[in-house]
Design a protein around this ligand. Structure first.
Ligand code: PGA
Length: 252
């Protein structure tokens, strides 16, 4: 079995470093005991460098990266800068970035740039609605095929795939909860696509679930959702809730 991973996506929060530090310290203090679970926090870029001194138990992730290594790209942060700042993971292709115009081709370029720099991409896939004809399976298939095009088999174990149905994410107006059965079904489907594409090596790719995961349903998703971990957003901004999710993962 792959090592379980819990990734907190802070998105564009909190507004000050002071609050970010407090949240981080509160989380760090409550998970000193963990042994089995890989804990990753993805704060805004600005806080990464300063937070990294606080805990050895927590790995860092960024929420995006440029597809270029360096150069005249105003406003961008390169994978190499992130690597040099001690970052291990990068969330790529999040639905909140796709609405800003990011597509599979761009995500593919970012994945390649991050792998080149020694980072581990957390590649987000997921449909915005579920239609009666199950066309959403095809959408996820295309997302995987296009974002992972041209990635060599020997790097595939560095990749985490996050299934995040947009209709379940907390920022979606009129959202509703996904069930562990829906997660399981999609996780099996994703696994099949990955093994068709990459062969037995694909087993090393971790698949995680995200979409309003909280301390109440984390156990259900981890036990019955067919996934190796979780990607909570809102719940990761509450130290108690996030620590509880980690405790659940650690207990399994
Ligand atoms: P959420 O965010 O848990 O607040 O729905 C998850 C995500 O968008 O990564």
């Amino acid at each position: 079995m792959n090592k379980r991973i819990i990734v907190g996506n802070w998105k564009m929060n909190p507004a000050s470093f002071k609050d970010a530090e407090k949240l981080f310290v509160d989380i760090a203090k409550s998970i000193l005991y963990i042994k089995k679970t890989e804990v990753v926090i993805c704060p805004p870029f600005l806080y990464l460098d300063r937070l990294k001194k606080i805990s050895r138990k927590i790995f860092f992730g960024a929420q995006d990266a440029s597809y270029e290594d360096s150069g005249a790209f105003t406003g961008e942060i390169s994978p190499l800068m992130l690597f040099n700042a001690g970052v291990k993971y990068v969330i790529l292709g999040h639905s909140e970035r796709r609405v800003l115009g990011e597509n599979n081709v761009l995500v593919n370029k970012k994945i390649k740039a991050c792998l080149r720099a020694g980072l581990r991409p957390i590649v987000c896939v997921g449909e915005d609605t579920r239609d009666e004809n199950h066309g959403y399976f095809n959408l996820v298939k295309v997302q995987l095929e296009e974002t992972l095009a041209g990635i060599s088999r020997n790097l595939i174990s560095k990749i985490v795939v996050a299934y995040e149905p947009i209709w379940a994410i907390s920022s979606t107006v009129s959202r509703h909860d996904a069930t562990s059965a829906e997660s399981l079904e999609m996780a099996i489907f994703i696994r099949k696509i990955l093994s068709d594409k990459f062969g037995p090596e694909a087993k090393k790719i971790r698949i995680i679930y995200g979409g309003s995961v909280n301390e109440k349903d984390a156990l259900e998703f981890l036990k019955n959702g067919g996934v190796d971990g979780l990607l909570p957003g809102r719940a990761s901004l509450d130290a108690k809730k996030f620590a509880e999710i980690i405790k659940i993962a650690e207990s399994l």
